[in-house]
Write a protein that binds this ligand. Structure first.
Ligand SMILES: Nc1ncnc2c1ncn2[C@@H]1O[C@H](COP(=O)(O)OP(=O)(O)OP(=O)(O)O)[C@@H](O)[C@H]1O
Length: 544
């Protein structure tokens, strides 16, 4: 048997053309462990041994015939004279796209590899690089073809594809996997995007998705992956600058709910934006705004750089802010939180210059102060938030800071936010300036606000669930509770829609208040998660 094993390689030699295959066979049949195996088997049973050898030979035949490998076509014979400058690349393509885009060079007319999608098939092969000039695909010259025709040839090819390329002079240096994460502040669907150079290479995402930015080499199209996605291939997304620019240019002024340009409170920014559509000179001022954070956050929500964050045990809590249209159930949820976990939650008592309502007491719902005192307070910078609504509301800075340093999670009175956002939707002249300032005051490392948007369910469900509920109308200073009217429901739904469209990028969690106890459980779970689990927060909150 040993002799037989030793003789096998030379017996097989006529069928083995490549020297490395021969070496492999020599090694395999000379392998000591194989010999020991034969010894053991020999001791055991002769029939079994015969069977083992048969199997071994069958495996050998399969290997010798290379039936495990795809059939590759022969190498093209008509390789360019200038052989050094041409590279023949063979890739075996399955259903996965190649992960590269091509373009025609405007000056030379050559077809060039424009992008290699990080982690895609082409990238993993390490054989194709940005700037390589494509000469042939499967023996078909591509010089006279449009990029779309070439893409069609590629799409139709299965199995082995042969490319003839002239490598670009500059090879890309190997890059480490970048660790920049951003939160998307808008929905994106490449299929709907006319500007994207290749729709198939695009990456769709939703507002709130966390994206890992893989490459920012191209100023217009970044490459990104959805965080946690096992697929290694990156997709194209519009760069921040590009998205900001086209959003600002595209956004019709008519969609802004406010057009009272004569208002004395119209903010400088809003005015410059409106004028920017008229002439080039003022257009410049619009782009100057791009530098300010105000423009960035309020008007062109694109991406926000984020980082994983976990509260240290015993560390400061995040501020919880409940936002929603009037009557949606913010007070109800806040009340439940305070009842079920009074150890954990506290509320701030804001100052207001408005008149006290019948059922309210000073120092409970609000500190009621005179307009004069209120203004002095603001003037002396003692108060943190100012809401220029029909009535003014402010939060005492000291109380607020004390609370956020204590072991409580502070639930910001919903009325403040509500009044702000709600009023902003009704009063054009307050748009952006006040709201952005307000939100910016809170969106700091100090408070790390967790903004929860409480949304009404569909109007039919509102009618069903709120049959016995009562609303305290904000428009009525006496504040008497009344049953909901159809108009209240309609206003609640439409205000919620506007709030989501305008401020959706600031909401970290959206809860639909259909069934109250379900909504409350969802809120508690979300609050528990931010207390105990790692989650994403803006990078700027972890720096200071
Ligand atoms: N899911 C729900 N199902 C039934 N009734 C509800 C639900 N949520 C809230 N309500 C009721 O709706 C009414 C209004 O709720 P609440 O006062 O909490 O609203 P709000 O958002 O705080 O309004 P505002 O900001 O105007 O004070 C209350 O009677 C409350 O009990």
């Amino acid at each position: 048997l040993y002799e037989l094993l030793a003789a096998l390689p030379s017996q097989l030699q006529p069928h083995v053309s490549r020297p490395e295959d021969n070496t492999f066979l020599q090694d395999m049949f000379g392998e000591r462990s194989l010999h020991s195996l034969v010894k053991v088997k020999l001791k055991k049973n002769n029939t079994e041994l015969k069977f083992c050898l048969m199997s071994l030979l069958t495996v050998h035949d399969a290997v010798a015939q290379k039936s495990y490998d795809p059939e590759l076509p022969p190498l093209p014979e008509d390789i360019d004279d200038d052989e050094d400058s041409v590279k023949i690349i063979r890739l075996v393509k399955n259903k996965e796209p190649l992960g590269a885009t091509i373009m025609r060079d405007e000056h030379t007319g050559a077809i060039l590899v424009a992008r290699i999608m990080r982690g895609g098939a082409a990238d993993r092969s390490g054989l194709i690089h940005v700037g390589d000039e494509l000469k042939e695909v499967n023996g078909i010259p591509v010089d006279d073809k449009k990029p779309e025709e070439i893409i069609r040839i590629l799409a139709q090819s299965q199995g082995a594809i042969t490319f003839k390329v002239v490598p670009s002079v500059k090879e890309e240096p190997p890059t480490k996997e970048p660790k920049v994460f951003v939160k998307a502040l808008f929905d994106y669907d490449p299929k709907e995007d006319k500007a994207i150079p290749c729709k198939e290479a695009g990456l769709a995402f939703k507002k709130g998705s966390i994206l890992q930015i893989m490459s920012q080499d191209d100023a217009t199209w970044w490459q990104a992956k959805l965080e946690g996605d096992a697929n290694p291939r990156a997709g194209l997304i519009p760069s921040k600058q590009f998205q900001e620019r086209r959003f600002a240019l595209r956004r019709p002024v008519a969609t802004l709910p406010f057009q009272r340009s004569s208002s004395r409170r119209s903010s400088g920014f809003r005015r410059s934006f409106r004028l920017s559509r008229r002439d080039k000179k003022t257009n410049k001022s619009m782009y100057e705004c791009k530098k300010s954070e105000m423009y960035d956050m309020a008007d062109v929500p694109t991406y926000e750089e984020v980082t994983p964050y976990r509260r240290q045990s015993g560390g400061k809590h995040r501020l919880v802010v409940l936002v929603g249209p009037t009557g949606v159930g913010l007070n109800e949820l806040k009340r439940k939180l305070l009842i079920t976990d009074a150890q954990h939650f506290s509320v701030t008592i804001p100052h207001t210059s408005r008149a006290k309502r019948n059922q309210e007491s000073d120092g409970v719902e609000y500190h009621f102060i005179s307009k004069n005192l209120f203004e002095t307070d603001i003037h002396n910078n003692n108060s943190l938030l100012i809401f220029l609504t029909p009535h003014d509301y402010a939060i005492d800075k000291c109380t607020f800071k004390l609370l956020s340093h204590s072991c409580f999670i502070t639930v910001l009175p919903s009325c403040c936010w509500m009044t702000t956002l709600h009023t902003l939707l009704l009063h054009s002249y307050l748009f952006s300036f006040v709201s952005v300032q307000t939100i910016k005051h809170l969106r700091t490392a100090e408070f790390k606000p967790f903004v929860v948007f409480v949304k009404p369910p569909a109007i039919e469900r509102l009618r069903e669930t709120r049959k016995n509920a009562r609303i305290i109308s904000g428009k009525d200073d006496k504040g008497s509770a009344k049953p909901f009217t159809e108009e209240d429901f309609q206003e609640m739904v439409s205000t919620a829609q506007s709030m989501e469209t305008q401020y959706g990028h600031l909401f970290e969690k959206v809860i639909v208040n259909d069934d109250l106890s379900a909504a409350f459980s969802e809120l508690r779970l979300a609050l528990k998660k931010i207390e105990t689990e790692t989650h994403w927060v803006p990078v700027s909150w972890t720096h200071s």
